[in-house]
Design a protein around this ligand. Structure first.
Ligand SMILES: Cc1cc2nc3c(=O)[nH]c(=O)nc-3n(C[C@H](O)[C@H](O)[C@H](O)COP(=O)(O)O)c2cc1C
Length: 214
């Protein structure tokens, strides 16, 4: 094959590679770390909501702010939520209609895990909790058990740690008028499979987030 005949193949390959690179990572806008609702007002507004506007997306800026509030770095190596023995064993996954994404707090980016919409896999019986399909975002808190030391950690600590992240998300949502509810009722094995998690990863909690419907 002459180089001229090879050129379209090369260009196609480069284009595909560029497209793939864009596809696997979504850079979020920098989180806004100032202002917002006063804490006491956010606490007063915090509540669980189970009615969401199905077609109103959450913008990248709001998502960036939400994820930073939930589990971002607020110091060199420490975060907005505490973890026992500073294990930082939790990961936050973002489930949307365009796939499963992993929040990379260092890069302030979402890394795409895969393209499938698996929000419905976070609930055993969608008919009983139909709001799960309406919420544009479900955060899934996942424990990376390889970061836990059997000597230094108790197994239930990752559940406690998760509570701090989820409450951060609750308060951020309250502060900007987003609706949210945490959900401890999820099918762990089916959800782990749908998310393509490793055996060393355990889902600890799900949290639906979206703009509240009246
Ligand atoms: C660990 C935990 C698990 C929960 N699981 C569910 C759930 O599976 N489904 C649901 O609709 N709400 C769930 N909730 C939300 C509670 O029902 C809710 O927080 C409670 O009714 C109090 O309401 P409030 O959050 O508005 O104060 C859960 C809350 C917690 C803390």
């Amino acid at each position: 094959m002459s180089w001229k005949a090879f050129l379209p193949v090369l260009l196609f390959g480069l284009g595909a590679a560029a497209g793939f690179a864009q596809d696997v990572s979504l850079k979020l806008p920098p989180p806004q770390k100032t202002g917002g609702m006063p804490l006491m007002e956010a606490l007063n507004a915090r509540q669980s909501s189970r009615k969401f506007v199905k077609d109103r997306p959450v913008s990248d800026q709001v998502l960036s702010d939400l994820l930073w509030a939930t589990w971002g770095f607020n110091r060199e190596n420490k975060r907005t939520a505490p973890t026992a023995v500073n294990a930082q064993e939790l990961d936050v996954y973002v489930l949307r209609d365009d796939g499963v994404w992993l929040y990379d707090a260092r890069l302030n980016s979402l890394l795409r895990v895969h393209h499938e919409d698996v929000r419905a896999a976070t609930v055993s019986d969608l008919a009983r909790q139909p709001f799960v399909a309406d919420a544009p975002i479900t955060l899934v808190y996942v424990c990376d058990t390889t970061k836990l030391s059997p000597k230094a950690s108790r197994p239930d600590w990752s559940l406690m740690d998760t509570g701090f992240l989820a409450q951060n998300a609750y308060l951020y949502c309250a502060s900007v008028g987003l609706g949210t509810v945490v959900r401890g009722s999820f099918p762990p094995a089916d959800l782990a499979k749908a998310m393509h998690l490793k055996e060393t990863q355990t889902v600890t909690l799900c949290q639906c987030i979206g703009w509240p419907a009246p």
